[in-house]
Design a protein around this ligand. Structure first.
Ligand SMILES: [Zn+2]
Length: 126
């Protein structure tokens, strides 16, 4: 009899723990679904913003960028920062820096190592 009561108590405890775990799982699923909704909304907004920016860029440049992006793990252009391509992390040679330095401001320059379009800024080290 005592053993039966002990077992029933144990079953009750385990049932309560299971119910708590199920409740926690449902709460986590609800939070996850809210996060998915936020992520989906952000993706939609970013896609719209990107389309607006892309519309202002020449089609041939977008085509080159898109191809480079596909070839380089999703990054088609990278900042040239302190003489280093932030796409492949390789520092440009003196010769390549000279070529980039001599290029017109609106000319598209690319990294000799990875091929990505280099984005020049005041911090490029030119
Ligand atoms: Zn590079």
């Amino acid at each position: 009899m005592e053993r039966l009561e002990s077992s029933q108590t144990r079953v009750s405890e385990m049932t309560a723990r299971r119910d708590d775990a199920e409740s926690s799982a449902k709460d986590a699923e609800a939070r996850r679904d809210v996060s998915y909704g936020s992520i989906d909304a952000e993706v939609e907004k970013t896609t719209r913003d990107r389309e607006a920016v892309a519309a202002a860029i020449p089609a041939d440049l977008i085509k080159v960028y898109t191809r480079l992006r596909q070839q380089n793990g999703g990054i088609g252009a990278a900042r040239l920062y302190q003489r280093r391509c932030e796409g492949c992390r390789v520092e440009l040679s003196i010769t390549d820096l000279g070529t980039v330095r001599a290029a017109a401001a609106d000319e598209v320059v690319r990294c000799e190592n990875c091929g990505r379009i280099l984005v020049r800024t005041a911090d490029s080290g030119l």
